[in-house]
Design a protein around this ligand. Structure first.
Ligand code: NAG
Length: 215
């Protein structure tokens, strides 16, 4: 009897874990209906009879993103915001361009594991495990190499080659989300109290103030 309950609760836990990511679709597709005000986990579906090829298409991923910015990188996302037909399907893509020494700063995707492949150039990539170990797992990748950033972990990329670089990432959510650490912590609106951040980062308030002006 107790064993049955144990098996049952394990089943329930397993189901709950599976449901923590995008649930399996119950229909062929669910093209997002931008005009619907219905609130569901994802976006409301349009009438499937109205679905067209264009709802499943994105063009231009062969074009390099503009990396003329302080980070020297540019992400071109291809999520449900670009392809309404991705709604409920649990997958997305991104192209990332890097100028020499360009950086994608430490960030998190709250809803997706990312699998990145280097198409051109060489990239230093890494992620950090959660507390208490905070172990850095990093590697320099060459063209054709593939690396995985597990869901929810802080990760980063940097172009360590001589020329421009670019990579393509697959992500396990139609809407992976991005939390850039510096922007969220030092650039929130309204700002987090500077004395709180000074204590959190163990620095002087003036250092916090300087960081807050940058984000
Ligand atoms: C790239 O971005 C910079 C800075 O915003 C801008 O001045 C420049 O015109 C852009 N280049 C192209 C080709 O769009």
């Amino acid at each position: 009897m107790a064993k049955n309950i144990l098996v049952l609760s394990l089943l329930v836990i397993t189901c709950a874990l599976v449901a923590a990511f995008e649930p399996s679709p119950l229909q062929d597709f669910c093209v997002a209906d931008p005009s619907s005000s219905a609130r569901v986990n994802g976006l409301a579906c349009m009438d499937p009879k109205l679905a067209q090829a264009d709802h499943f298409v994105f063009s231009g991923l062969h074009v390099a993103g503009n990396t003329s910015n302080p980070l020297g990188s540019r992400v071109t996302p291809v999520t449900v915001a670009q392809i309404p037909g991705l709604n409920t399907l649990g997958i997305a893509l991104a192209r990332i361009d890097y100028a020499p020494w360009g950086v994608v700063p430490p960030h998190v995707h709250p809803r997706a594991t990312e699998i990145l492949t280097v198409i051109e150039g060489s990239l230093e990539v890494g992620f950090v495990t959660s507390n208490p170990d905070n172990r850095l797992i990093s590697k320099v990748l060459q063209k054709g190499d593939v690396f995985v950033f597990p869901v929810g972990l802080i990760h980063f990329q940097r172009n360590v080659g001589h020329g421009n670089a670019f990579s393509i990432s697959g992500l396990s959510s139609q809407n992976p989300g991005v939390i850039t650490i510096a922007n969220t912590v030092f650039g929130s609106n309204p700002a987090i109290a500077d004395d709180l951040l000074a204590k959190a980062f163990q620095v002087d308030k003036s250092v916090v103030g300087q960081l807050q002006t940058k984000f």
